[in-house]
Structure formats: structure tokens, C-alpha cells
Design a binder for this molecule. Structure first.
Ligand SMILES: [Zn+2]
Length: 60
């Protein structure tokens, strides 16, 4: 268990916790079909990644 050497002030504690908030998931547009996808992932709608077809198209 951590034993406090000195009391952390509310401001000091708040400054530390200023980086702890949850971030909204970042989304970018697929360059092939324009769907909103997470960066650095294959597009689920068309199966493209970095301009290349990776997955087979859904209507194949
Ligand atoms: Zn796409």
C-alpha cells in the first residue's frame, strides 16, 4: 500500500488526472468507398487497406 509522504493538493491531483479522460474513437474516411473506419484498419465495407483490395468484396 502506498504511504503518502505529503498531502497531494486538489490542484496537483487534478493536474495529474487531466490526462485520464476517455477519448472518443477516432474515425477516418475510407479512401475507396468513403465509409467511416478506424485508422490503420481494413475497411469492413469494401475490404480495402492502403489502396489495395485485401478482403473479398461482400457481393463476390
Ligand atoms: Zn471502404
Amino acid at each position: 500500500m502506498a504511504v503518502p509522504k505529503r498531502k497531494i493538493s486538489r490542484a496537483h491531483r487534478g493536474n495529474r488526472r487531466s490526462h485520464l479522460s476517455l477519448q472518443r474513437t477516432q474515425l477516418v474516411r475510407c479512401t475507396n468507398c468513403g465509409a467511416m473506419i478506424r485508422p490503420h484498419t481494413i475497411c469492413k465495407a469494401c475490404g480495402h487497406y492502403r489502396g489495395r483490395q485485401i478482403l473479398r468484396a461482400a457481393n463476390d
